[in-house]
Design a protein around this ligand. Structure first.
Ligand code: ATP
Length: 512
């Protein structure tokens, strides 16, 4: 179940503790563009690194590349993005505000669903313990009417989008009496398609022919390098190529913080295999990717698969991994079996053979592709939403980010109890010994309690307190973030204690 109040807290927490800032904030920000702060960038790097290692280091047949953001304009013709990568938009003539037509309808559906929830809540209070929700849903006339309306919107919207019948979408918006959230009016324009790619020019003397697009996905960089990688790596099918990097989409409906941005980062893999075997690999990657997500400690109930019922013409299977965000279940990653569509299109548009020579069967063919595509920013949001918790401690509230130690931005804070008697010097020595292997932090300001709270808020798994006994006995107090338990340990054991908990291997070995 969603929890919008928590989401607002997560957003302000991210800003207050140096995870995510609105871009160009001093100028009023830029819609749907965000910057990562000092803690955010560490968390993001750790998530990327975990994904990268799990793909490349753990798999002998998967290698990485780093292709450029600018690509030949024909790439986007071949991929279908120039003609087909668009959203249906509608403008309100009074507010002059533009909306995604399908999102207006989805929001309207959501409002009706909320009415169903309200009816259920009221009934549950009225009937008490004996309340049977399932039977009530199937028999209550008001709920049945609401459900019919939700289903009707879904069916008509689907049909309109599939047929590309934009008039049908407009009629539905009008028939449902949907008003502009800003002006409150129903004065709508027609629905039009709006391409999501940003264009720019290669040279100052651009005649229009050499205009470029900022890539809307990283996948095409992999497809166009398929032969280079195959030949230079001598990999045999099946094999995968991964890449991470920025992608750009002119998302009109920018919502939900870093969930939907205009500039974001993707982590994608294209897995090339012999035609006929792709569905087997699709099933493999579907299961494997879900397993990967769960290694971060998120409970099973927070994930679900959303199978695509209506497939794109080039796909023979597609599924989203959805996470239960505070605003409901939403896609984090997509897994798609794309047959030989992409390589065939590049062969057609470039005139270059995109074939693989199979030495076992002595034939050349275009391989099929299974794609896994995850948004790093959405994964980041997932990690923070999942980790954010508020706990009552001695009548006080502590906010703690219970991130898996391997992805936490700072691994340990070294805190001298007071600023004299040689304690800062010993703390400095411990810091210097640890910093080559771990991102550690040293701080002597404020009370120990306040310093603990600050470290909890950024998800630091360990606080190491240096006191007078540390000088006499060579030991320190180590405090565990989640349990708040404190333990006396020898200074020379610190490195091992940290390593056992924060090393990326803790995650990687769960995948073997
Ligand atoms: P959605 O339906 O949510 O728009 P999509 O199906 O268009 O997503 P894909 O094109 O499959 O997304 O991209 C793969 C992944 O990239 C998504 O699962 C998501 O994690 C991420 N992603 C896509 N668009 C954005 C965006 N605008 N901002 C942040 N992440 C994004």
């Amino acid at each position: 179940m969603g929890n919008p109040a928590i989401f607002e807290k997560v957003i302000s927490h991210c800003k207050e503790y140096g995870f995510v800032f609105p871009s160009s904030d001093i100028y009023g920000g830029l819609t749907a563009v965000y910057d990562y702060g000092q803690n955010g960038v560490e968390l993001k790097n750790n998530l990327r690194s975990y994904w990268w290692k799990s793909m490349t280091q753990l798999n002998q047949n998967i290698v990485g590349i780093d292709a450029s953001i600018f690509m030949h304009p024909k790439v986007w013709k071949a991929s279908g993005h120039v003609d087909g990568f668009s959203d249906p938009m509608i403008d309100n003539k009074d507010s002059k505000k533009r909306y995604r037509a399908d999102v207006l309808l989805e929001d309207h559906q959501e409002k009706i669903r909320l009415k169903i929830e309200k009816e259920l809540e009221k009934a549950a209070t009225r009937f008490g313990e004996g309340f049977d929700e399932i039977v009530f849903k199937q028999t209550n006339s008001r709920i049945l009417e609401y459900q019919k309306q939700v289903d009707h919107i879904y069916t008509v919207m689907r049909e309109g989008l599939e047929k590309g019948d934009l008039a049908m979408i407009k009629e539905l918006i009008v028939a449902e009496g949907i008003v502009c959230p800003l002006s409150g009016s129903r004065n709508w324009t027609d629905v039009r398609q709006f391409n999501l790619m940003y264009s720019t020019q290669m040279s100052a003397t651009d005649s229009g022919e050499d205009s470029l697009y900022l890539r809307p996905e990283t996948a095409q960089g992999i497809f166009v390098n398929f032969l280079h990688v195959q030949k230079t790596s001598r990999l045999k099918l099946p094999f995968g190529i991964v890449q991470t990097g920025k992608a750009f989409r002119n998302e009109i409906v920018a919502r939900q913080f870093i969930m939907r941005m205009k500039e974001f980062e993707q982590m994608e893999m294209q897995f090339f295999c012999k035609p006929g075997t792709e569905l087997e690999f699709y099933e493999f990657w579907k299961a494997h990717r879900l397993k990967w997500h769960k290694t971060l400690g998120t409970p099973d109930s927070k994930y679900r698969f959303h199978e695509h019922v209506k497939l794109a013409h080039y796909a023979n299977a597609a599924v989203d991994i959805e996470y239960d965000f505070p605003f409901g279940f939403k896609e984090v990653e997509g897994i798609h079996s794309r047959k030989d569509f992409d390589l065939s299109k590049h062969e057609e548009y470039s005139g270059k053979k995109m074939r693989y020579f199979d030495s076992e069967t002595n034939e050349s063919y275009i391989p099929c592709v299974v794609e896994t595509s995850i948004g790093l920013d959405r994964l980041f949001l997932l990690a923070v939403c999942e980790a954010y918790s508020e706990e009552e401690v001695n009548g006080d509230t502590r906010t703690v980010l219970k991130l898996h130690p391997a992805i936490a931005p700072v691994k340990a804070a070294i805190l001298p109890l007071i600023k004299k008697d040689g304690l800062p010097e010993l703390a400095e020595k411990i810091y210097n010994d640890l910093r080559m292997d771990f991102n550690v932090y040293i701080e002597d300001k404020d009370s120990i309690g306040k310093r603990y709270r600050r470290m909890d808020a950024i998800g630091t798994p360990f606080c190491i307190t240096v006191d007078h006994d540390s000088i006499l006995q060579g030991d320190v107090t180590i405090r565990h973030r989640d349990s708040m338990e404190q333990q006396r340990v020898n200074i020379k054991d610190l490195s091992k204690i940290l390593n056992d908990a924060v090393n990326m291997n803790c995650l990687l070995k769960q995948l073997l």
